[in-house]
Design a protein around this ligand. Structure first.
Ligand SMILES: Cc1cc2nc3c(=O)[nH]c(=O)nc-3n(C[C@H](O)[C@H](O)[C@H](O)COP(=O)(O)OP(=O)(O)OC[C@H]3O[C@@H](n4cnc5c(N)ncnc54)[C@H](O)[C@@H]3O)c2cc1C
Length: 264
């Protein structure tokens, strides 16, 4: 990659659909055979998801409740065939506004590990994603892993997706929620991210702040106010109007919090 332009290929589930009807003339680097890139490992202060790790690998891995939201997102990425081939890293590198993995990982404050002959660098996911289909990855850099900070046992997450039908759809809105709950059952930290309502999925810092100190009990969804969704900028498209998306995001974030409270 340092010597000449190479297009990275992982599961190919975004790569090939983007090239339908035209010959592939780029030189391609298939990373799926690099065993060291696959798998999820617990490091001292973070979990490391190798770049060739598929959604099925995520579903089948034994992981703490912190990952419940990522696992739910994994089960909703396409169908089983797509989950068997598609990778978590491919999902974030493709940088679609509707990528289900992105809000799920933003809520966990994930970062992206890039390597090149120049060295390694680690970027927070929110900095790695620059816009619709745009990332901060240099042409000579390979994403080798995604890092998820380890958290206490009181940390859990959730993911809620709305599409035109229950499964096998691109998200109209997706909501990822992480709550760190202290020994008294109160929210000590939160990460809330919304997908498909802006060029890059966004966190909702005002809602995260408003949740602090609240008990994880039924009625938690009532904390959410329309103003908390200010960072969103949904568009009208074939899958839904901006107004519909905004309304759906409000409903889904409340529902997600209520579901987390009910599960607790
Ligand atoms: C039928 C169908 C249904 C789908 N449903 C969903 C869905 O519900 N939700 C959803 O979010 N997505 C969905 N997708 C999109 C896709 O499956 C996911 O985004 C998947 O995670 C992509 O991973 P991949 O390994 O196949 O990526 P690839 O197609 O191999 O690559 C995607 C992009 O990332 C780059 N890339 C990949 N790996 C690296 C790396 N290590 N370093 C640098 N660049 C890299 C590639 O060059 C390419 O530009 C669907 C796709 C299909 C075909």
């Amino acid at each position: 990659m340092a010597e000449r332009p190479l297009v990275v290929l992982a599961g190919g589930t975004d790569f090939y659909p983007a090239r339908v009807g035209r010959a592939i003339e780029e030189d391609v680097l298939d990373v799926t055979g690099i065993a060291g890139l696959r798998g999820i490992a617990a490091e001292a202060d973070h979990w490391r998801i190798g770049a060739a790790t598929t959604w099925t690998d995520v579903i089948e891995a034994e992981l703490p409740p912190l990952f419940a939201g990522v696992k739910r997102a994994a089960r909703e990425v396409g169908g089983v065939q797509i989950q068997n081939a598609g990778t978590v890293a491919g999902n974030i590198c493709n940088a679609s506004p509707a990528a289900d993995g992105v809000p799920a990982l933003l809520a966990l404050e994930a970062s992206v590990e890039l390597r090149s002959q120049r060295g390694a660098r680690i970027l927070p996911l929110g900095e790695f994603l620059r816009g619709n289909r745009q990332t901060a990855r240099g042409g000579d850099e390979l994403v080798v892993a995604i890092r998820v900070p380890r958290r206490g046992e009181g940390s859990r997450s959730h993911f809620v997706k709305l599409g035109a039908r229950r499964y096998l759809v691109i998200s109209v809105v997706s909501v990822a929620l992480r709550l760190d709950v202290d020994d008294a059952g109160r929210i000590a930290a939160a990460g809330i991210a919304i997908g498909a309502c802006s060029a890059v999925p966004q966190r909702l810092p005002a809602l995260e702040a408003a949740l602090l100190g609240n008990p994880l009990k039924p009625g938690l969804g009532d904390v959410v106010e329309a103003d908390h969704l200010a960072p969103l900028a949904p568009i009208d498209d074939i899958r839904g109007s901006a107004n519909y998306r905004h309304d759906a995001a409000l409903t889904l974030v409340k529902r997600g919090l209520d579901e987390m409270a009910a599960a607790a």
